[in-house]
Design a protein around this ligand. Structure first.
Ligand SMILES: Cc1ncc(COP(=O)(O)O)c(/C=C/C(=O)C(=O)O)c1O
Length: 320
């Protein structure tokens, strides 16, 4: 957990960053996947299958490799960040790039699991994934000595907002925490079915991890929003990428674009005068920036090339 002095100063709140990019495969997916794969191995599965926008497949492939299982991963062709795809390749997954959306991939994965000896490890078909993902809330309460007033995070399929809320409730019901936060989830404006209240047939966002049109954990996300007195809002790609840049430049945290949606949402509410001062806020940064190097280099990098002389470099750096 990192306190963001920049965001705290900007919003007159106490803003903490939960850096999930520090997990073994670089996203929050590891929390649930280690549980799901362990149980699949215990049950004698030889092959696990998942649909993914990238991070689920990277995590499933890693833990399957560790457990000696085969991982079959279905990803939407051309819409997966290369860092995530390279992880699945290196961990030895059987990768199928499907000509369609993530939602098409999930439909096929479910049908295959229903008719073939493969264990589905998507959170939608596997409660163990969400049980594992609840641990983020336990760590937040342990670190802060109590529940925050608000927990912000990006929302794609709705699994993580469901699990995070479930974690706070589990800790409170066990007497390990006194309060509960409001859950503030944020979708990309071009892929915001939970905001519109209806599926989006052709979701579109450069924050590819949350490019989902029909959330598999729809009900859980709505319950987390309503039970916590929270909200699920939409932020534009411009707002997401502005937050993405700010996190790296001001807090020194390189988070992948989708990860910044929670920060973008917080800043949007503040800009619209809807953020009361003095709140203790935790923001989940869901994945590591190294996952999507194209996004980083595409976003404003201009190479400066010089001859190998000190004078030339001094000029390039405007030192001379
Ligand atoms: C970095 C990052 N941030 C946010 C989300 C949204 O979480 P959910 O709302 O629980 O879906 C994802 C999800 C990715 C996948 O669903 C997948 O990898 O298949 C992500 O990778």
């Amino acid at each position: 957990m990192l306190r963001s002095e920049h965001l705290s100063g900007l919003t007159a709140c106490e803003v903490w960053l939960k850096v999930e990019g520090a997990n073994p495969t670089g996203s929050f997916k590891d929390r649930g996947m280690t549980v799901a794969i362990s149980r699949a191995a215990e049950a004698g599965a030889e092959t696990v299958i998942c649909a993914s926008t990238g991070n689920t497949s990277a995590s499933a492939a890693a833990y399957a490799a560790r457990a000696g299982l085969t991982a079959a991963v279905l990803v939407p062709k051309g819409r997966v960040a290369l860092g995530k795809l390279s992880q699945a390749v290196r961990y030895g997954a059987e990768i199928v790039e499907i000509g369609g959306t993530f939602d098409d991939c999930l439909r096929v994965a479910r049908e295959l699991a229903a008719h073939h000896p493969v264990a589905l490890v998507n959170s939608a078909g596997n409660e163990l994934r969400l049980a594992g993902q609840r641990t983020v809330a336990y760590e937040v309460v342990d670190a802060l000595g109590g529940a925050p007033d608000v927990h912000c995070l990006p929302v794609g399929n709705g699994g993580n907002i469901t699990a995070t809320w479930g974690g706070y409730r589990t800790y409170r019901d066990a007497g390990l925490s006194d309060g509960l936060p409001r859950m503030w989830g944020f979708q990309a404006a071009g892929a915001a079915p939970l905001v519109h209240g209806t599926p989006v047939a052709a979701p579109r966002t450069q924050a590819t991890a949350i490019n989902v049109g029909n959330p598999a954990t729809w009900d859980g996300a709505v319950t987390a929003r309503d039970e916590s007195g929270g909200l699920i809002g939409a932020v534009s790609d411009e707002q997401i990428f502005a937050a993405y840049r700010m996190l790296a430049r001001r807090d020194g945290v390189f988070a992948e674009p989708a990860s910044a949606a929670g920060v973008a949402g917080l800043l949007d509410l503040h800009a619209r005068g809807l953020l009361e001062p003095g709140l203790r806020i935790v923001v989940t940064l869901s994945g590591n920036g190294l996952k999507d190097l194209d996004a980083s280099l595409r976003d404003g990098y201009t190479p400066r090339e010089t001859p190998a002389t000190t004078a030339a470099v001094a000029r390039a750096l405007r030192l001379a």
